[in-house]
Design a protein around this ligand. Structure first.
Ligand SMILES: CCC(=O)SCCNC(=O)CCNC(=O)[C@H](O)C(C)(C)COP(=O)(O)OP(=O)(O)OC[C@H]1O[C@@H](n2cnc3c(N)ncnc32)[C@H](O)[C@@H]1OP(=O)(O)O
Length: 356
């Protein structure tokens, strides 16, 4: 199915597209549900200790851990994943498929091996009506590096092919990184939901826009976002193809499980990334867009349930495709992960001005 107009990349509504729970036990739990003593389901990658998230005053576990990345084992190296949030486009969110594929791959590597990179192609649209099977091939087990190939399958056909490589931690005197962009801290910025409330308080807002925004508020994307520059984020005028936002998983995950945090980062990294391509073109809107591939590199330890700065740039677009690159920064300035993606972006002239 084609991805039409509103997608997770291209608008404020894309940030909170329809929550669709098809395909599995995926209803978000209420805070009451979460106060019970029940442990986090065994993803094989979950942390042991349950602690309150620093400063947030909540111990709600991230649905990314309890549901999205909690694969069911069917056989040796064969897993089943279900869906939590499905974009309004009704094709599976690419980040979910990549995150789940990495969970499946990570289950077959030793405890002391950590994902350092993955390379994926999205070869077919994911169907939100059925679960996804993940078939892992143990490509190579080495002394320092271990490689896995994962095929995500629906209706008997691959929707994603992924290769993930894991590395045993090794020290080296070679160490450098770029410097994190200087931006306001997340505490000084509004969440997407708060921004929507602001838009809703505008007295001259059209009724259909209000309805649309209220629908968006009712949705539950399992990640929180604070745009550094909201007008740029929502693409009102032409801007350079670059955006910055703070991002973190909703709910508590906890420290100490880097394998899990890499899987969550893979999920998060596909969010709003491809929309960067459209920023210089306010006179066009996407009539069809989808990520074609996704590559990711993990550099340091990090926590995805703490605010990280996501820096997205698009160095090139042409021929109905666009290239995007992302950097995930820890708030202390350490470069946590990098990613690259090419997407197909077919556009049409924007005939209607944005209602926002
Ligand atoms: C946040 C971003 C995301 O999460 S996106 C989700 C992850 N990524 C994906 O789901 C992508 C999965 N991959 C795919 O769906 C396929 O590989 C895609 C990219 C569609 C391959 O493209 P293509 O070979 O064009 O597929 P298709 O023939 O099935 O056509 C899909 C729709 O596009 C149209 N199309 C095709 N060629 C052209 C063209 N040259 N010019 C204009 N339109 C074209 C087709 O007619 C079709 O449209 P429709 O769906 O029938 O309306």
């Amino acid at each position: 199915m084609a991805e039409k107009e509103e997608d997770p990349n291209h608008s404020v509504s894309g940030l909170m597209n329809n929550c669709n729970t098809a395909g599995g036990p995926v209803s978000p739990k209420s805070p009451e549900d979460e106060t019970s003593e029940s442990p986090v389901p065994d993803t094989g990658l979950t942390p042991n200790a349950e602690q309150k998230r620093n400063g947030s005053g909540t111990d709600l576990k991230s649905v990314l851990v309890t549901s999205v990345l909690n694969l069911e084992k069917l056989d040796v190296d064969l897993y089943r994943g279900t869906h939590h949030w499905v974009p309004r486009t009704q094709r599976l969110f690419g980040g979910q498929i990549v995150g789940q594929a990495l969970v499946a791959a990570a289950k077959s590597v030793g405890d002391n091996f950590y994902a350092h990179s993955l390379h994926c192609y999205f070869v077919r649209a994911g169907d939100p009506k059925v679960p996804v099977l993940y078939q892992v091939e143990r490509t190579r087990d080495g002394r320092s590096f271990t490689v896995r190939s994962v095929k995500a399958i629906q209706h008997g056909q691959p929707i994603l092919i992924c290769q993930a490589s894991f590395h045993m931690q090794q020290e080296s005197p070679l160490q450098h990184q770029f410097t994190m962009p200087t931006v306001p801290p997340p505490e000084d910025l509004l969440t997407v939901e708060e921004l929507i409330h602001l838009y809703l308080s505008k007295p001259d807002l059209a009724e259909n826009a209000k309805q649309g925004l209220n629908k968006l508020l009712a949705n539950e994307v399992p990640i929180e976002i604070k745009p550094v520059n909201p007008p740029q984020f929502y693409r009102r005028g032409a801007t350079e193809p670059k955006k910055l936002f703070w991002v973190r998983a909703r709910g508590y995950i906890g420290e100490g499980n880097m394998k899990l945090h890499c899987c969550v980062a893979a999920y998060v990294s596909d969010f709003a990334l491809l929309g960067t391509v459209l920023l210089p073109y306010p006179n066009y809107r996407a009539k069809f867009s989808a990520s074609l591939d996704h590559a990711m590199w993990f550099h340091s330890t990090f926590r995805t349930d703490e605010w990280m700065l996501y820096e997205c740039v698009s160095p090139w677009a042409g021929g109905s495709r666009g290239l995007v690159q992302g950097r995930l920064w820890r708030r202390d300035g350490v470069l946590a992960a990098s990613c690259s993606q090419e997407g197909v972006v077919r556009v049409k002239p924007a005939t209607e001005p944005s209602k926002l």
